[in-house]
Design a protein around this ligand. Structure first.
Ligand code: MGD
Ligand code: MGD
Ligand code: SF4
Ligand code: MO
Length: 710
């Protein structure tokens, strides 16, 4: 078994950027020393040669000296030592068998990786299920799980309803709520949305923070850009003002509502006594601005909603997105080019990792694991019994350490940095019996691992990934940079073969895995590696002749009823709101030079040069109240922990709110965040907690450098 990379021609190799879900095509080349370099790919399907700062710098982290090069095992004295692959595999098999014997299969949990290929995520979910548990999940849980829940429930599929291309061509209004594509999906923003605005489209942005998205639409003083700077966690009241304004003015698409939806009466009833003025005040946005935005959206021929972490990462995340769906359904903005409710997906393959079943409740292709008929169907291909009970999500696995969960197999996730309430995550990981971390670097999470397996990076292997608009594309790799690393796919096959020895992990390489995926996941059934070629294909691609759908629901919704579901929702404040002790609202996010927990971006010279340390944005009025000057170092505190960061005094942030990032290990934003979950989607409330700030080192003190480490 092997999945050697296939640099077929002598020229550079065409692949896909490893960072965000836009899925830009890039090329890579390798010199005699093994160093990998970036080359543009001029006619790449998504980006036609454009790339953002991260894409251009992507190979820097591949060549970095911190790469893991050998398997590591933690000895009894707690120190890591180099080991052979056989030794590492033997330990993994022994420990996984012991946990199975002592605690049943439910004692293990598996984390997939949204930076790894479809084939690899397919294999890790198969490994979990062959072991006997559905407890397998990926970062989609911390990201768009609430969006996916609402979209699947009310429209049918948990993905973007439209594609970037048709949005650029057809949309007149872009409604961007809780998303910052100017920084997080830069090429989608510059190539598609900004282009549409230059040609006359209008943008309405709903965000407590002004950012590069805001600035990218300030084009020639056009009045076609509104920024509604709301208080974090008040998205439901804001959208209820919008919806009530549309109801009052009869700007509804009655025909669409009658023919294609259910539940409009429930929405009307919910908003009957709704007080628009009080709600606008709660949001901190003038009522007339929200009303004007409502009019612009309702009057558009085609209006498209974009939704991001500002909506999904709340305990009311599902309801936040449901309200966006309500808005689109009552105005008939679905099922046509240039419309829809569109989550811009996060990591380069977070969409694919979910599509191939690395989730605790669904098998590949979003087929319910608790449905006996579906299980029987898949069992015919897999030839083993699939556990029937849905498993735990990743944050639930983390919570269950010491109770249900005794071992974790983590392929490419960094929960010490990415899960909420880091201090508690660290305590729990200490209690774990056994943990495997399979990564390209020794991450903060790997400090708690018993075995660390060195994986090859994105640049060194082949496979497929799915971008934000469901385009499935091939990645192609150059040769391994470090000879004793292994592809994730090969590692999972090795572990699976050693654990079960029944042929269920006997694959020649990624294409053979993809062929099995096609058999069990109808949305991929019509695709082959050959057909994907260089252009890729959007799923659903049910039969070999299908071209894939650039937008969904032209003829009907794929919910159980066949109708789009409208459902009125009411304001639910964040679980923690400001009080005397913690008077500010803390929200967290990212900027263009940062990437998630920083394992790759902190190792990129280009990215690290621009934004090398964490910061907190503070409004000038709050700065005055708390005696903070621009550039001061402050202690940012919540009920769970504190970090020291540099303050930036700026009107970019809504008064009363402070804004920081989860990107740096020495001042990790997640030491502060609140570990409470949306009940249905289990996503943490990363976007609202109560906080306070206190100056520790003044900017005009002797040194303006960061305080010394102690
Ligand atoms: N450069 C870069 N690009 C990335 C990533 C990265 O780390 N760096 N990560 C990738 C991943 S995994 C993801 S999921 C995506 C995320 O991409 P986005 O969805 O854009 O994520 P964020 O920047 O976390 O949050 C979006 C916006 O929500 C706002 N916000 C905060 N609280 C609220 C609120 O209560 N209501 C509203 N309406 N808005 C609020 C924030 O100010 C922020 O501007 O980006 C992907 N792309
Ligand atoms: N406070 C706060 N916290 C957040 C968020 C927020 O907005 N605010 N956002 C949340 C969101 S949206 C997300 S998606 C999560 C992200 O959470 P994580 O997924 O935990 O974060 P990443 O930094 O993307 O970690 C990816 C890991 O994969 C490794 N890796 C990269 N390539 C490969 C590969 O090819 N193979 C293997 N085996 N490993 C590889 C990287 O080194 C890294 O350790 O964070 C969440 N946490
Ligand atoms: S927009 Fe996303 S996919 Fe494209 S180059 Fe930038 S990080 Fe990579
Ligand atoms: Mo994400």
């Amino acid at each position: 078994m092997s999945s050697e990379s296939s640099d077929e021609s002598d020229g550079p190799t065409k692949t896909i950027c490893p960072y965000c879900g836009v899925g830009c095509g890039i090329q890579i080349a390798q010199d005699d020393e093994g160093e990998v370099t970036f080359r543009p790919w001029g006619d790449a399907p998504v980006n036609e040669g454009s790339i953002c700062i991260k894409g251009g710098a992507a190979t820097q982290s591949v060549n970095h000296e911190d790469r893991l090069t050998e398997p590591l095992i933690r000895d009894d004295d707690g120190e890591l030592r180099e080991a052979s692959w056989d030794e590492a595999y033997d330990l993994i098999v022994d420990e996984m068998e012991r946990i199975h014997d002592e605690h049943s299969a439910q004692g293990m949990g598996f984390y997939g990786c949204s930076k790894a290929m479809n084939e690899e995520n397919y294999l890790i979910q198969k490994l979990a299920r062959r072991y006997g548990t559905n407890s397998v999940d990926t970062c989609t849980r911390m990201c768009h799980s609430s969006t996916v829940y609402a979209l699947r429930n009310s429209l049918g599929a948990g993905a973007m309803t439209n594609s970037m291309e048709d949005l650029e061509e057809a949309a007149d209004v872009f409604w961007i709520q809780g998303a910052n594509p100017g920084e997080q999906h830069p090429i989608a923003n510059s190539q598609y949305f900004r282009q549409a605005v230059l040609e006359g489209a209008t943008v309405i942005q709903v965000d407590p923070h002004a950012n590069k998205t805001t600035r990218s639409f300030d084009i020639d003083e056009t009045d076609r850009h509104m920024h509604l700077q709301l208080e974090p966690g008040t998205d439901i009241p804001l959208l209820n003002v919008v919806i009530k304004t549309i109801l009052e003015n009869d700007w509804l698409d009655e025909e669409f509502i009658a023919e294609r939806t259910q539940g409009v009466d429930d929405l009307k009833e919910t908003l009957e006594d709704f007080d628009k003025e009080a709600a606008a005040e709660e949001c901190g946005v003038p009522l007339e601005d929200i009303e004007l935005a409502a009019e612009k959206y309702a009057m558009a021929n085609n209006a498209a909603i974009f939704t991001g972490m500002g909506m999904s990462q709340h305990t009311c995340g599902v309801d936040n997105v449901q309200n966006e769906i309500n808005l689109a359904l009552i105005t008939g903005n679905l099922g046509r080019p240039g419309t829809g409710v569109n989550p811009l997906r996060g990591q380069n393959n977070v969409q694919g990792a979910s599509d191939v079943g690395a989730m605790p409740n669904v098998l590949p292709g979003y087929r319910q694991v608790d449905d006996p008929e579906i299980r029987a169907d898949v069992e015919e291909v897999w030839d083993f019994e699939i556990p029937s009970e849905p498993g735990l999500t990743n944050v639930e696995m983390s919570h269950e350490i010491g109770d249900t969960i005794h071992g974790l197999y983590i392929m490419g996730e960094n929960p010490v940095m990415s899960e909420p309430d880091t201090n508690q995550v660290e305590k729990r990981l200490e209690e774990l019996d056994f943990m495997v971390v399979q990564d390209i670097y020794e991450t903060e999470t790997a400090e708690y691992a018993d075995v660390i397996l060195p994986a090859t990076s994105w640049a060194e292997r082949d496979g497929t990934v799915v971008n934000t608009d469901r385009r499935t594309q091939r990645m192609r790799g150059v040769d391994k940079v470090h000879p004793n690393t292994k592809h994730d796919l090969d590692i999972l096959c090795d572990v699976g073969q050693r654990l079960f020895d029944d042929g269920s992990f006997d694959f020649e390489g990624p294409e053979e895995v993809f062929e099995e995926l096609r058999q069990v996941a109808p949305i991929f059934h019509g695709m082959t590696y050959d057909r994907l070629g260089e252009e890729g294909i959007h799923w659903p691609c049910l039969e070999p002749g299908d071209e894939g759908d650039p937008y969904l629901y032209a003829d009907g919704f794929t919910t159980e009823s066949g109708y789009g579901q409208i459902e009125g929702v009411r304001h639910q404040p964040p679980k923690e709101t400001p009080d005397e002790e913690y008077p500010l609202i803390l929200t967290t996010g990212r900027i263009i030079e940062h990437y998630n927990t920083g394992t790759m971006s902190r190792r990129s010279e280009t990215l690290n040069r621009v934004e090398p340390e964490n910061f907190v944005d503070v409004h000038p009025n709050d700065a005055e109240t708390y005696g903070v000057e621009d550039g001061d170092y402050v202690t940012l505190k919540s009920r769970r922990g504190e970090i020291e960061v540099q303050a930036r005094v700026t009107e970019d942030i809504k008064e009363g709110t402070v804004w920081t990032t989860p990107h740096f290990a020495d001042s990790a934003g997640n030491r502060l965040t609140n570990d409470v979950l949306d009940e249905r989607a289990k996503i943490p409330e990363y976007k609202a907690a109560a906080a306070e700030i206190e100056v520790t080192v003044e900017a005009d003190a002797d040194s303006t450098d960061a305080p010394a480490d102690d």
